[in-house]
Ligand binder design. Sequence first.
Ligand code: G6P
Length: 368
Amino acid sequence: SAAEKGGYEHFMLKEILEQPKAVRDTISPRIQNGEVVLDGVELDADYLHGLDKIYVIACGSSYHVGVAAKYILEKLLRKPVEVALASEFRYCDPIVSSRTLALVISQSGETIDTLAALREARRRGARVLSVVNVVGSTIARESDEVLYTWAGPEIAVATTKAYSTQLALVDLIALYAARQMGTIPDAEYAAAVAALEGLPELLERVLEQREQIQYLASLYFNHPSVFFIGRNLDYAVGLEGSLKLKEISYLHSEAYAAGELKHGTISLIENGTLVVALAGYAPLFEKTMSNVVEVKSRGADVLGLTMEGFEKPMSEAVNHTLAVPAAHPMLLPSLEVVPMQLFAYYVALMHGCDIDKPRNLAKSVTVE
Ligand code: G6P
């Protein structure tokens, strides 16, 4: 009913707008006097230094959080992080030992492939720390330790607030572990923790761009094919932006690491192709913009997304520019995903799609 949807037409929009609260509920109990505390979970320095790798295991959008997690964790911890699709992990004779930390990410806590991968990882000696939204779910119960995302019930099949809270928990885990290991200077740690505490306010600001994004969706919703390009954390967000768009609007869309375009996909760029260029990651802004110039010269229409401070150089190269507030680089995916969710939502709305229940998709996949 409309009441259940908080007066909104769809659960998806309601849940997009709930993200500042969901993220606040996930973060704020875990920052005390400027220190990250992970409920009862303790990962001490010796244990962390002794790890041979961290294996992030998940499906769907939770896997996309894993892709972002690899960039975030490797940068802070200087430990190898491997991201695996749960359905692949099970069948690749994975290299896992007691010196492997498996980070299992799941909204529902019931995804069968993720659960089976968790069991396999434990069988091979890994310690399993899971990031789960549904309290008491099977994945939560079978993990060595669980950290809950406090997104609340998510009804729309296309995940939004669960994804955002998973990312926030990854940030907390990364900062906690870096602090334990001594791989982050005190001042940088303090700055990152403070930045993370400010994330809900920044998300509110991104949501204020709702009407502008609806307008852009009205310009671009009829493009038959969409490519999302970006590098580093922007690439991770591109994967999720592309999935959101295709799963609810049924438009063909792909995500590419921007530098990989020239190895094939650029042949598919022609007049009228829409390219969503994500270039909020400052160190690689110029690199991604050089790929934007390439697709533009082949006739693509380009919707650019960057961070405040880069709008001017971006707008000289693209058709339209969106910018998220300037923030700590770790927060980039958390901020950039929101315009991507809104864009997908409004494109699907303009196509008259059944947004909360896309055809052939299930909220939780409990059969293999
Ligand atoms: C399904 C959902 C996706 C979700 C994936 C993993 O495919 O439609 O939105 O990302 O399962 O679900 P999980 O509950 O394990 O995060």
